[in-house]
Write a protein that binds this ligand. Structure first.
Ligand SMILES: Cc1ncc(COP(=O)(O)O)c(C=O)c1O
Length: 289
């Protein structure tokens, strides 16, 4: 494989057909490129099975609805597209990226209802998202940007426009030698990282932000249920930044991040402790079950 992402061997599912990887292109006047009319999913296949695949397909359709951009496929059709893309590339363990967007068409202003909603599925082999941070604990910067209010933008959508401040915050974090950045939200509460949710441990109990202005990650929901099944108390609540000083352990959850321990956020440090290790091991077993 190797090469840049637009210069690889393989196939990409595009608008109902498997096309050569290098030919999966769009026109420069694609609406999404100018106005962020794009939603996507990030998924992982383990041993030939996409973890929580249907949940991801459902969220994609929901994100499209939230952006007034109905996606012209059913959950079943999206499921087939994902598995066809995996099979065409011969992958059993891979990251799966589904993206739907307003293409080029009769509209080139802000309105886009005359333009087709298109969809593509690409998959590639992708290891640990945070590299060796997965073992020793990631170092996080604190983002200067804030996660916006749901009255400003549909925060429940996995929409491209929400990632503009993620990219800028991740660039700033990497320039400081950090793996990622933690956001606070528009009210000042602890929110999420640029592509993952956050969990904390104190006195054997787990605390995580309420998803009222952040993405309610599918991994987040899986881990909350897993913790409850283990008899561990989970507090979903608003968390103030000053509370970071009192937490003992911290980890991130996400499809790409899986369970990544956090060793440091700004000046606050955390141990890679027993609950973190247990959750990481249980998650690893669950996705491959
Ligand atoms: C901003 C943001 N928060 C949280 C998550 C975690 O979501 P999930 O567990 O559904 O992958 C992601 C990853 O998609 C994300 O991009």
């Amino acid at each position: 494989m190797a090469g840049t992402y637009d210069d690889r061997d393989g196939k990409i599912w595009l608008d109902g057909k498997l096309v050569e990887w290098r030919e999966a292109n769009v026109h420069i006047l694609t609406h999404a490129l100018h106005y962020a009319s794009s939603v996507f999913e990030g998924e992982r296949a383990y041993n030939g099975k996409i973890f929580k695949s249907v949940e991801h397909s459902e969220r994609l359709l929901k994100s499209g609805e939230l952006l007034d951009m109905p996606i012209p496929y059913t959950v079943e059709e999206i499921e087939k597209a994902k598995y066809d893309a995996l099979a065409a590339n011969g992958f059993t363990d891979a990251y799966v990226r589904v993206v739907a967007w307003r293409g080029a068409g009769a509209d080139m202003g802000v309105a886009s209802s005359k333009n087709p909603v298109r969809m593509a599925v690409a998959c590639w082999e992708w290891g640990a998202y945070y590299g060796d941070a997965k073992m020793k604990g990631a170092k996080l910067d604190i983002a200067k940007w804030k996660r916006p209010s749901p009255e400003t933008i549909p925060t429940a959508a996995k929409a491209a426009g929400l990632y503009m401040i993620c990219t800028m915050s991740k660039h700033a974090a990497e320039a400081k030698g950090c793996s990622d950045a933690l956001f606070f939200d528009y009210r000042g509460y602890v929110a999420e990282a640029t592509g993952a949710n956050v969990f904390f441990v104190k006195d054997g109990e787990v605390h995580t932000p309420i998803p009222d202005a952040i993405l309610n990650g599918i991994t987040r929901q899986t881990v909350i249920q897993m913790l409850k099944d283990k008899g561990i108390t989970v507090h979903e609540r608003h968390i103030m930044p000053e509370e970071l000083a009192g937490f003992e352990q911290c980890w991130l959850t996400g499809t790409a991040a899986e369970i990544t321990p956090v060793g440091q956020i700004g000046d606050y440090t955390f141990e890679v402790g027993d609950i973190t290790r247990d959750v990481a091991e249980s998650y690893e077993a669950m996705v491959r079950a």
